[in-house]
Design a protein around this ligand. Structure first.
Ligand SMILES: NC(=O)c1ccc[n+]([C@@H]2O[C@H](COP(=O)([O-])OP(=O)(O)OC[C@H]3O[C@@H](n4cnc5c(N)ncnc54)[C@H](O)[C@@H]3O)[C@@H](O)[C@H]2O)c1
Length: 276
């Protein structure tokens, strides 16, 4: 049996898995078992075969359990990581533990079992593209440090702001994917990340009703696309990356943000540089 693993059974994750996991066994892993079960019900009513498992992405033990659970169902062809916590949802240490450390462990552990011809997609964020270029030694440390040493990096320990924690985490996701591409490639698999802009989901709604809401609304209006994105648009991109047509793409990150990042650096959204 071929297996597709989704970590974070939310809106973006479900949109991806519906497009790629036909005829496979779908493992839905989420910190909230209720979310995973709800997603399983929706997918099962649409013809997918699913099982669920509680998994905290911030816990290595839970990730190792997930790997064992998934491999017991068959050959893991796909890994989608769409679990994460945003700056308005959690304190600094929690964001770093889940989004930065957890994603790094997940990449490493599934890189040991991914099947020949397999593929993975990690959902990063446009937010990581707003950090100025980091010194090379910080890039190298984020990309290549052993997972257990990541949270001890001095420049991460200095972070006091949740937005910065999120941005460093998402930058780390992109660098870690570059690092892992070699190991995944040796197994005949590809691994990439996608950096979405604002995509309307429960997570984005928390941001759009949180302390930064006015800034987000102005940013959406003034962006080149003039609107937020949808989970289905991210799903289409992931489907391409994970399909045969995407086999020459590995170790890269693709922005899907309606032009927001371009505008942040060189367009109408440059005013955000002082606040975001
Ligand atoms: N929605 C956006 O605008 C947007 C933009 C850029 C990046 N992202 C990223 O996309 C990913 C998916 O977010 P979404 O918008 O689909 O949100 P969502 O709220 O629909 O789904 C997120 C899911 O992750 C799960 N989750 C949270 N913490 C977890 C943990 N520690 N372990 C396991 N599961 C956990 C939640 O229970 C939820 O089911 C996140 O990594 C987020 O940072 C979202």
């Amino acid at each position: 049996m071929k297996v597709a693993v989704l970590v974070g059974a939310g809106s973006i994750g479900q949109a991806i898995i519906r497009r790629v996991a036909m005829g496979m066994h779908v493992v839905l892993a989420d910190y909230s078992l209720a979310n995973a079960e709800q997603a399983a019900k929706t997918l099962e009513n649409a013809g997918y075969q699913c099982s669920t498992i509680k998994c905290d992405l911030g816990s290595k033990e839970d990730i190792l359990n997930l790997v064992q659970f998934a491999t017991s169902k068959g050959d893991v062809m796909y890994l989608v990581n769409a679990a994460g916590v945003s700056p308005s949802q959690a304190p600094v240490h929690h964001i770093l533990q889940v989004d930065l450390y957890g994603t790094s462990v997940l990449l490493e552990e599934f890189g040991k079992v991914i099947a020949e011809g397999g593929s993975g997609v990690i959902i990063s964020s446009q937010s990581g593209h707003r950090l100025p270029a980091l010194p090379q030694e910080q890039n190298d440390a984020l990309a290549m440090s052993p997972c257990d040493e990541l949270l001890e990096l001095p420049f991460l320990k200095q972070i006091t702001d949740t937005l910065k924690a999120y941005q460093y985490s998402k930058r780390c996701n992109v660098l870690r994917v570059m690092y892992e591409a070699t190991r995944w490639g040796r197994r005949g698999a590809t691994i990439n990340s996608i950096s979405p802009g604002i995509i309307i989901t429960p997570l984005a709604n928390d941001e759009l009703h949180g302390p930064r809401k006015d800034g987000y609304l102005r940013m959406i209006e003034a962006s080149p696309a003039g609107r937020a994105g949808t989970p289905d648009e991210v799903g289409e991109l992931a489907e391409f990356l994970m399909s045969k047509r995407g086999r020459f793409i590995s170790g890269t990150d693709i922005l899907i943000d309606g032009g927001t990042t371009a505008s942040y650096w060189y367009g109408d959204l440059q005013y955000l540089k002082t606040t975001h």
